[in-house]
Design a protein. Structure first.
Length: 319
C-alpha cells in the first residue's frame, strides 16, 4: 500500500472549481425544479436534502471531508435522512442521479491523478495508472478511480475527494475491491497512510542449488504480511496481494541471485568511476542503474513493484 497525499495538504484548484460548479448546479435543482420540462420534479425529501447541503457549508465539508471522518459523516447523513439507506426509496434514486451523474459526466479524473503525483496503483504498486493523451488532447488511456466507500452504498460520497482513489483496473474490478464494502471489511484508506511500512514482502526458498534460473524462480514462495500493526491485513486479503505477487517469482529470483553475488564496495566504486565521464552517480543511482531497485520510499508511488523489490533486496542485504 502506497500513501496518497495532496501537495502541502491543500485542496487543489481544479477541485475548488468542481465544488463551486456543483454548488451552483444544486441551487438550480432547488430554484428551477425541474431543470428541464421533460424531467420529473425532485421529491420533497430530495429538496430538503439539497437545501441541507447549502446550510453552513455542509456541501463543502461533505466534498472535502477528511478520510478518517468519512464513515462518521456517513452515519450522520443516514441518521438525518434514513431513506438514503433504502435503495428502493425516491431519495436514494434521486441523490444517486445527482451525485453519481455529476461524477460520471463532469469529474476530471486525469486532474486528480496529476495533482496526487502518482503513476502506479497505490493498492497493489504493480500497474501504471497514468492518463495518457495524444496530440489532439483526446485521452487514449485513462487511469481508474475507486470510490473507497462505494457509489452504490454511499452515493452522496461520489464526489468527496478523500473518497476517490486512483487505481488500476485489477484492484478496482470484480477480482479486487469492486464487491467489497470498505466499512464491512475494515479496509484502510490510502489517504490515512503515513508511510509504506504497513506491508512487508518476503520470499521463502525450498532449495539452495538450482539447475537453471527457471528452477530458482519455481523454488520461491512470496509472502505478503501486515507489518508494524498497520491494520492492512484485510487490504492484503481483499486485493489478493498474496496471490498476485506469487506471479513475480522471477523478479524475486533475480534479486536473490544478485544478493549471492555479494558485490563488494570496490566493485560499486569502480562502476561509479566508469560512469563519471558520462554522469556522476550516487549509491542510490547505482541501485537503480545496476540492480534495478528503487530504494527511496518516496518514489515507490511512481515505479511498479518498487516496494516489493526494495523489501526483498534489503532482506538479501543487496541494498
Amino acid at each position: 500500500m502506497i500513501p496518497l497525499k495532496f501537495k502541502d495538504d491543500v485542496c487543489p484548484e481544479f477541485y475548488k472549481e468542481v465544488v463551486s460548479k456543483f454548488e451552483k448546479r444544486i441551487k438550480k435543482y432547488i430554484d428551477k425544479n425541474p431543470t428541464k420540462k421533460k424531467k420529473k420534479k425532485f421529491g420533497r425529501e430530495t429538496k430538503a436534502f439539497l437545501k441541507y447541503l447549502l446550510i453552513r457549508n455542509h456541501l463543502s465539508f461533505l466534498l472535502n471531508c477528511p478520510a478518517d471522518r468519512l464513515d462518521k459523516l456517513s452515519c450522520i447523513f443516514f441518521k438525518k435522512f434514513p431513506s438514503l439507506k433504502k435503495k428502493e426509496s425516491r431519495l436514494y434514486r434521486e441523490v444517486t442521479r445527482i451525485f453519481v451523474n455529476e461524477y460520471t459526466r463532469n469529474f476530471p479524473k486525469a486532474d486528480l491523478i496529476k495533482v496526487l503525483d502518482i503513476k502506479v496503483c497505490p493498492y497493489c504498486n504493480r500497474s501504471y495508472i497514468e492518463c495518457i493523451n495524444n496530440n489532439d488532447k483526446k485521452t487514449l488511456i485513462k487511469g481508474q478511480i475507486d470510490h473507497f466507500y462505494s457509489k452504490e452504498e454511499y452515493p452522496f460520497l461520489a464526489l468527496s475527494r478523500f473518497n476517490l482513489i486512483p487505481c488500476c483496473s485489477d484492484c478496482n474490478g470484480v477480482g479486487g475491491k469492486f464487491m467489497a464494502d470498505a466499512d464491512k471489511y475494515k479496509l484502510i484508506n490510502p489517504y490515512l497512510l503515513e508511510d509504506t511500512d504497513g506491508i512487508q514482502f518476503k520470499m521463502e526458498l525450498f532449495r539452495s542449488h538450482f539447475a537453471n534460473f527457471e528452477q530458482c524462480a519455481n523454488s520461491i514462495k512470496i509472502k505478503v504480511e501486515e507489518a508494524n500493526q498497520s491494520g492492512l491485513k484485510q487490504n492484503i486479503k481483499v486485493f489478493h496481494l498474496q496471490e498476485i505477487y506469487q506471479s513475480h517469482c522471477d523478479i524475486a529470483a533475480e534479486i536473490y541471485l544478485k544478493g549471492k553475488l555479494k558485490m563488494p564496495s570496490t566493485y560499486r566504486q569502480k562502476i561509479i568511476n566508469i560512469m563519471k565521464p558520462i554522469m556522476p552517480i550516487t549509491e542510490h543511482d547505482f541501485n537503480q542503474l545496476i540492480l534495478g531497485i528503487e530504494d527511496n520510499p518516496q518514489q515507490f508511488k511512481n515505479k511498479s513493484l518498487s516496494k516489493f523489490k526494495a523489501d526483498l533486496a534489503k532482506d538479501e542485504m543487496l541494498i
